[in-house]
Every structure is written in structure tokens, then in C-alpha cells.
Design a protein around this ligand. Sequence first.
Ligand code: KG4
Ligand code: ZN
Length: 343
Amino acid sequence: MPQLILGIESSCDETAAAVLSVEEDRMQLLSSIVSSQIDLHARYGGVVPEIASRAHLSKCIPVVDEALEKAGVSGDSIDAIAVTKGPGLIGALLVGLQVAKSLAYVWDCDLIGVNHLDGHLKAVFLEEGPPPAFPFIALLVSGGHTSLYRVNSFSDIVMLGATRDDAAGEAFDKAAKMLGLPYPGGIQIDRLAQSGDCQAFSFPRAMLKKGLDFSFSGLKTACRNTLESLGHIPEGQELSDFCASYQEAIVDVLWQKTKRALQQENIQELVVAGGVAANSRLRAAFQEWSDELGVRLHLPSRKFCTDNAAMIAVAGYFQLKQGERSDLELNAQSRMPIPLFNP
Ligand code: KG4
Ligand code: ZN
């Protein structure tokens, strides 16, 4: 009998639920519903935590219902519920957690709390084709995190480097805000950059010679300075050129550090995950550069890079397989330690 896992994600501005069927490690995603709150937050230029919590409250049950319906399964056939316990907005997390705990109690099924970042890292296991082989290097690039890991096994993950200030996603979002582009900015810059010249503007590449840590705050300052010296907000082709140049600086630094990690650890297997891994230039460039280096690149498909509940169900499955369970005392954590261990 396949095991049915319901995933629930509510750490930020997406309310998501998914049903995953697993039989002897063969995964089949039966449904994945993501209800985005973008429209609610856009006028504020970023996520407003209280608005996010309230939206999760009204959306969570309908989204779970939709996921069950699309999967063609009933609630009482669910074997386990995997829910994001952190890191994220505390009020937002609590909504998903409360729904998960209530349903686990009513359906009398297992409950497992999942680290959101762990979910991002495991999203790649939803893809068809050979999964990444251990050990692999993982680059996690999201709105709040930018880190490099050596993943020896699911229970042995070593952090090799991390950002000392802004995350790569923040670097995209903050520049987009300065350019007057709507929230969330990463996807806007991605879109505009496609018709731009990435050499038109020069942006710094920070800490290239130093270790495996990142720093993106200087890039944000360089963006502001460049706009000030231009004296206007670029439009048309100039805007595309600006976006392409800025994006290239981020992708370039991400690759230089990732390449150093691969070489330092003598590993030819690479996973890139998190919202920024949905970036078109990053995907194309990392594929090209990985091929040149003889490295096998594993990228989740775009819809599994940005926040979703399918990745939470997968991460939950691996934890359950190792015998881990949560009880109804499970609580939300706005910050969670990195590296990510599944004991
Ligand atoms: O993983 P994610 O959905 O949420 C967090 O856990 O943070 O990542 C969101 C981040 C945002 O900063 C967003 O602008 C960025 O990922 N992002 C992108 C793209 N799609 C999402 N950045 C660049 N290009 C994209 N296509
Ligand atoms: Zn995320």
C-alpha cells in the first residue's frame, strides 16, 4: 500500500498543500496547490506579517481541501501530515501548524514538523530521473538564505559557507524596489534581463577571493549609487540592460563560490534549490558551467524552487522513514539553526 503524505506550507506569503504518494521510495505527487498572497502585499512593497497570517487563516483549509480533492483521496486515508515548523513568520507558521495538528488529531495520523530550508533542499527528489548521489554540494538560494552545504547523507549535512548580510533573493528584491518594479522583484528582474545586455553596467563581485561566504549588501549599495549617478530610473532597453547586468553579478558570485566548494570538496554532484534557483539566467549559466566542469547539476523544476508544499511532503517523508515523529506539542520557530540535521 502506498503511503499518503499531506504537506502543508505557510511560512511566508504562500499558502500551500500537496498530497504525495510513496511506495518503496517511489514518489508520485498527486496534487500540489499554491495559493499566493502577492496581490495582498504588493501595494506595501513587501510581505506584511499580520496580513499574511490572516490570509493563511482564511486560505489554509480551502487549500488543503483542494489538494485532497485534486489527488482524489479522502482525509482519513492520509497516513501522515508534514508541516513547515520554521523558519518563517511566526504568525504565518502557527496557522499551518495548528491546521496540521488538528487534522492529525482528527484523522489519527502521524505528524512531522519540517524545516522549510530542508524542504527546499529535498525538492529535487520530486524530479524524475536519477536523484543526486551522496555526497553532493547544495547551494540554497532563497529570499532569506544563501548558503552552501556539503551533504554527505540526510543526517550529515555540513555548512560550508553562508551570506554575511543579505540573501541573494533579497538582493534581487531590494534592487527591484529601487527600480520601481512590483513586488516580488526577483521574477521581474529575471523577465526584464532576458532582453538586456549584461555588460552594459558594471556591478561589484564581493569577496570572490575569500572562502565560501557571500556578501550581497555592497551590491545593493552599488545599485543605489549607479541609479544616483544615472540621475533617473531607467526605462525600456536601459532598464533591461540594468537588470541583466545586476542579475549577472549575483549569478556570477553564486557560481564562483559554488565552483570553489565543488573543487575544495572534490565533488561532482550539485543541487541548487530555493526561490532564486527559478531564475532563468542562473539555470542556463549553471547548466553550461557545470557541464564544462564535468559536474552533474540537479535543479528542481521552477514550480518546486519557489515555496510549495510538495517539497515539505518529501522532506517529511524522509524524516518519517528515519523513524522521526512530532507530537501535538510541536511549535513554530521563526529562526532555525543551520546546518540542517535530521537526526
Ligand atoms: O524560496 P522562496 O520562494 O521563499 C523563501 O523561502 O524565501 O524564495 C523567494 C525569493 C524572493 O526573493 C524572490 O524574489 C526570489 O526568490 N525569486 C527569484 C525568481 N523567482 C523567485 N529571483 C530571481 N529570479 C526568479 N525567477
Ligand atoms: Zn522558501
